[in-house]
Design a protein around this ligand. Sequence first.
Ligand code: ADE
Length: 239
Amino acid sequence: MHICYIIAMQAEAQPFIERFGVTLREDFFSPLPCQLYEKHNDEDDSRLSIVTLGRSHDRDLLGCEAATLATHAAIERLKPDLVINSGTCGGWERKGAEIGKVYVADGVIFHDRRVPGDDNWGTQGVGNYPVWEHSEDVASQLSLDMGRVTTGSSLDLQPCDEVIIEREGGELKDMEGAAVAFVCSLMGVPVMLVKSVTDLCDDGADTLETFLQNLKKASEKLSEANERLVKLLFSRYSS
Ligand code: ADE
């Protein structure tokens, strides 16, 4: 089995990279900015790839465009059996979220693609992409909660986005999930999303400040969950 992670930020990926001892393949995707880390186990032919989005403007790339590009390049070049988008997200206290809590997605939508006046473009905009059929099984075996991921291009939350999030039952807010799932749906590759909460959209705190404060803790929690997840996938879901 070949699992390919798409992880936006280096800080989100780093604890996981260290735990798994994957190796950087410099310039593998050049001229694209995304970066490949990988490890191959000859004994059982299992393969783990981690693709980060790369950098621009002295910051890690975030968002749907870079995630789309990285996911497409990774699927074309690496031909994984399963893509996992993992990273941090915002949550809502009133929906049960806590800082550092790790979730598996039971669905993923976009919340900032409005085409008022046309229902079909409205539906296309929301997306509502399928997640891997074993996501629920896996979440239950790892004792992780499930939640609906809602993706947009901004860290802040605008009232018009919140209308869509509430209407569609969004529970975990990120900036890449639906873009990764969109590409996977086109390419016929199953996708799972594993997310850890850095900030709460309903606690009145500054989002960026809280995100940066909690990034290390949430990324470590994410790495612990991903380590258990990879072991489970290689042992029980490899054909
Ligand atoms: N990633 C972490 N926190 C987020 C938030 N509140 N919105 C979007 N992406 C995030």
